[in-house]
Design a protein around this ligand. Structure first.
Ligand SMILES: *Cc1c(COP(=O)(O)O)cnc(C)c1O
Length: 351
């Protein structure tokens, strides 16, 4: 990778960040008259910790990294946005994505007016390394986004290919591990020290069951994390999110129990779907969803919608495919009953 100074936007390197009242004083005081807060206690009359120290200490212990290697934000979407803003000069720089994949990378690039180079995944939904390295050599390419397990395909990215891209891509390689708690052994976090250009993104939105809380994380070298921290809103994580995230890390067993249940349900759902004549293929999944190929996907999608069951239409990303999130046993059973009824209807109307 090129030196970080060559990747970071010069205007960001020069930027003097906002210094909040709580930046200038970080000890324990008796009387706080420095931030124009209201002195009368509500649950939220004080500003939150702009450095999220307690939450980062707990995350550092749980994930086995240093607090300086952690960025916490308002969902992973904040990390994606800040990466674009820190590294891509509007109208000049590019990101590289490998469709079919998560849509936010392209949207964040659009907001920043960064160009998007698309190098599609191969037939096994793996990144095309030779192609990426050939096209990636252009020095306008600042960020390569990979997603593992990938959304919407569900598969893990081959570790040999991730390693080849980390070694050969001249910019940062962002590995989006939003679903990694469903396949924790596949995380690249333990290898952060080896690769100065690796950024691992994770989230509390999926396995942790906290999508409504908005808590996402990015892990990288202290230099990259410092660049993101420099441009974040000073109080980007509110008090409630920091406290609740900290509490969730104190009861990891709850997440693990739900994860085990969801993984069992995923496999039950897979076998049941496999037995349906309307299903032609189910892709392997390391996440909490299945990408399912149907004979008549749009008919199925509309019919489920009419029954009040929403799944995700991914036919424009992967031919004939719908993406189904694993629900509770009751929800999955209802979905399967609805699909069985559809099979009967289709069979009775086809001569
Ligand atoms: C769900 C998801 C996220 C999560 O985003 P948050 O902003 O943390 O809720 C990130 N990346 C991918 C690929 C996802 O599917």
């Amino acid at each position: 990778m090129r030196l970080l100074e060559q990747l970071l936007r010069p205007s960001i390197a020069r930027l003097q960040p906002y210094s909040s009242a709580r930046d200038e004083f970080t000890g324990e005081a008796h009387i706080y008259l420095d931030a124009n807060e209201n002195p009368y206690p509500t649950d939220f009359n004080r500003y939150p910790d702009p450095h999220q120290r307690a939450l980062k200490a707990a995350l550092a212990a749980y994930r086995g990294v240093a607090p300086e290697q952690i960025f916490v934000g308002n969902g992973s979407d904040e990390a994606i946005d800040l990466l674009l803003r820190a590294f891509c000069r509007p109208g000049k720089d590019r990101i590289v994505i490998c469709p079919p994949t998560y849509g936010m990378y392209q949207v964040a690039a659009g907001i920043q007016d960064a160009e998007v180079l698309r190098v599609p995944l191969d037939a096994d939904f793996q990144p095309q390394v030779a192609e990426l390295l050939a096209q990636g050599a252009d020095e306008r390419n600042k960020l390569l986004f990979l997603c593992s397990p990938n959304n919407p395909t569900g598969n893990l990215t081959d570790p040999a290919r991730v390693a080849a891209l980390l070694g050969g891509f001249p910019g940062l390689v962002i590995l989006d591990e939003a679903y990694i708690d469903f396949a924790p052994e596949a995380s690249w976090l333990p290898r952060l020290e080896e690769f100065p250009n690796l950024v691992v993104m994770q989230t509390f939105s999926k396995a942790w069951g906290l999508a409504g809380l908005r808590l996402g994380t990015a892990y990288a070298s202290p230099e990259i994390i410092a660049a993101l921290t420099k441009i974040k809103a000073p109080y980007n994580l509110n008090r409630h999110t920091q406290a609740y995230g900290l509490a969730a890390l104190g009861r990891v067993g709850e997440m693990e129990k739900r994860r085990t249940e969801l993984l069992q349900e995923r496999e039950k759902l897979r076998s049941a779907l496999n037995a349906l004549s309307i299903v032609t293929h189910i892709y392997p999944s390391a996440a909490n969803f299945l990408l399912v190929k149907f004979r008549t996907p749009l008919t199925i999608f509309e019919a489920l919608l009419a029954e009040g069951t929403i799944i995700r239409n991914r036919t424009r990303q992967v031919a004939d495919c719908l993406r189904i999130t694993v629900g509770t046993p009751e929800e999955n059973a209802r979905l399967l009953r609805q699909l069985h009824r559809l099979v009967e209807q289709i069979q009775s109307t086809t001569p």
